[in-house]
Design a protein around this ligand. Structure first.
Ligand code: NAP
Length: 216
């Protein structure tokens, strides 16, 4: 199974590519293919340095949709609409949304769209056959990139398609020490997304870094 990352050059996307390319075939997508190739070079260099296998290739965001069974949409919420509407072939794909709509005001604030969450917004603009799951919303980009440390977080996964959700949960469970938890239907995604501004506020006001969640 090939996984593709739209916005795979970004803060979270590149770190995901580094870890995922060690366990499966990854296609890094970008609006600029040369930039995607730079991220692939980062993955290949890191894997070589640490004596890991690495399967990664770069391409356009359209290449990611065309060639991937599982697509991570790693772009800021404000660019989700133009990104999704600029690409074709979403039918029947599994799309993972780590997207958290939020703003930094006096503190970080969750700012969902009228649909209620980024995930439900995505549902409103993608074809009905696209299977959307919310996952990876609460893990900091720095942690993905810090390839020498284990990821010991809990990952709540929301979605309406049972088979797609199981595929996403199985993926989560293959990455470092992450543990997937079924967090219910896609309509519950706002709860997961809104945890991230909380984590950022906790980090800020308690002088902590890259705060995450673990269910016990
Ligand atoms: N950063 C984190 O720690 C973190 C943690 C959890 C969840 N998230 C979520 O993950 C998503 C990505 O976050 P990020 O911090 O990785 O974002 P980012 O680094 O700011 O941007 C990610 C990628 O989005 C693409 N992009 C930028 N401007 C664009 C535009 N105008 N149109 C289309 N694409 C554009 C860029 O890719 P190209 O220039 O290569 O096209 C960029 O590398 C967000 O929705 C965020 O809420 C982030």
């Amino acid at each position: 199974m090939r996984i593709g990352i739209i916005g795979g050059t970004g803060e979270i996307g590149e770190g995901m590519a580094m870890r995922l390319s060690r366990i499966m075939d990854v296609c890094v997508g970008s609006r600029d293919v040369a930039k995607a190739q730079e991220t692939c070079d980062v993955c290949l260099f890191s894997a070589k340095e640490n004596k890991f296998e690495c399967s990664v290739k770069g391409g356009s965001n359209q290449n990611v949709v065309d060639e991937s069974d599982l697509i991570i949409l790693a772009v800021p919420f404000k660019h989700v609409r133009s990104t999704v509407e600029g690409l074709t072939g979403w039918e029947d794909k599994i799309v993972i949304s780590p997207v958290n709509p939020m703003e930094r005001k006096e503190s970080f604030v969750y700012t969902p769209p009228a649909e209620g969450s980024a995930a439900l917004y995505l549902k409103s603009i993608l074809p009905a056959s696209t299977r959307i799951c919310t996952a990876f919303n609460n893990i900091a980009g720095n942690k993905w990139r810090d390839i020498h440390s284990d990821l010991t977080y809990s990952v709540p996964v929301c979605g309406d398609d049972a088979q797609a959700k199981q595929i996403v949960m199985d993926l989560v469970d293959r990455i470092s020490l992450l543990k997937a938890y079924d967090a219910g239907p896609l309509s519950g995604s706002h709860i997961v997304e809104s945890i991230t501004p909380l984590l950022l506020n906790v980090a800020r006001y308690n002088r902590m870094k890259d705060v995450g969640i673990r269910f016990v």
